[in-house]
Design a protein around this ligand. Structure first.
Ligand code: SF4
Ligand code: SF4
Length: 342
């Protein structure tokens, strides 16, 4: 196989994959999970529920082994969450008990340690020097927050830390927006640095770390939830409205008034809980072309609906547009000859 043929086939595969709603949804979720780590837990739960429901519906009745693979995967994830949860809880309890690492400074080995803490605008990084089990010096390596806090509150706090030689919780300033968060971030950075020199400071095991980083991320905050809601709404609008409008064949389905005039004259009227042909029009609007194709066998092609529809829709018209759209989706290669791939 020549490299240009391989490239052509790969491009075709990508192109055809993007034509599937499930693939688009997966890519969307992946992008959101990368941009908003704290959305990972929600996305993982939604993905498992969605895939589980779909596979149960499709495969359970036929006892397909794929269903049991999925059950095995869910069981693995559930056991993984249980295992990680116990470890995370123990570490959290241990960290709370050792916070602030004040009296426990005796356990910190002498040395220089770097630590990080989340401030008001980003990560604060410090370098802490410990000598004779006392804090000897603190250098600020990275600081994205307000300069006024760096010039006033931080030096004051640092002076007290050096005088005491150990970490303690700072008094929260009441002025300056973001100053409490900055001071807490600075405190956390020093705590993080000291924890690195403490051999028995509680740590996550490797399994919990992977689980936390890949599945859970941080706890979702309000910004993430709002962003998720907006992005999800954009996705839904595109998937369930714009894409059928953009498709030349099915675009007119968006104009249906749901008036039901077509149903009134149709000899079929309703099958499998779908009103014919209005239900076909609505399914086409949602991009569910496969369902339209399944139900198309009930239309006898009498054409009565066409004479009643105020916008010129008809069962046969919608069915043929859905067939055409589905055929384009199933194209086997990026041939540039879409619509002629059946
Ligand atoms: S053409 Fe099909 S959908 Fe339209 S009225 Fe006849 S049977 Fe019903
Ligand atoms: S008659 Fe036309 S506008 Fe009315 S429900 Fe049927 S397809 Fe929609």
């Amino acid at each position: 196989m020549t490299s240009s043929k391989l490239y052509h086939d790969l491009l075709g595969l990508l192109w055809n994959s993007l034509n599937l709603r499930g693939v688009r949804l997966f890519l969307y979720a992946l992008t959101v999970a990368l941009i908003f780590p704290s959305s990972r837990f929600i996305l993982a739960v939604v993905a498992i529920l969605t895939i589980g429901y779909k596979w149960y519906k499709d495969y359970r009745p036929h006892k397909n082994r794929n269903f049991y693979y999925f059950v095995g995967f869910v069981a693995f994830v559930a056991v993984g969450y249980g295992f990680a949860f116990v470890n995370v809880r123990n570490v959290n309890e241990g960290q709370i008990a050792m916070r602030p690492l004040g009296a426990a400074i005796d356990q910190v080995t002498d040395g220089v340690y770097i630590g990080r803490g989340e401030g008001f605008r980003g990560s604060i990084e410090v370098e802490v020097e410990v000598k004779d089990h006392r804090i000897k010096d603190i250098k600020t390596l990275a600081y994205p927050d307000l300069i006024s806090v760096l010039d006033n509150q931080i030096p004051e706090f640092k002076k007290e830390l050096l005088a005491n030689g150990r970490l303690f919780t700072p008094q929260q300033p009441k002025m300056l927006r973001g100053a409490p968060e900055t001071l807490t971030g600075y405190f956390n950075a020093v705590q993080d640095a000291l924890s690195k020199g403490t051999p028995n400071f509680p740590k996550y095991n490797w399994f919990s770390s992977i689980f936390l980083n890949s599945f859970i991320g941080q706890a979702p905050n309000r910004v993430t939830l709002n962003a998720l809601a907006i992005l999800f709404a954009v996705f839904m609008v595109f998937e369930y409205t714009l894409q059928s409008m953009l498709n030349p064949g099915t675009g007119r389905s968006i104009n249906c008034y749901n008036c039901g005039s077509c149903v009134g004259v149709c000899p079929v009227k309703e099958v499998e809980g779908v009103q014919i042909p209005m239900g076909l029009v609505l399914l086409t609007r949602l991009g569910d072309y496969e369902r339209v194709m399944e139900l198309s066998k009930y239309c006898v092609g009498c054409g009565r609906c066409a004479s009643k529809c105020p916008i010129g829709n008809s069962g046969p018209l919608v069915i043929s547009a859905a067939f055409q759209a589905a055929r384009e989706k199933k194209g086997t290669a990026f041939t540039g000859d879409k619509g002629n791939t059946a």
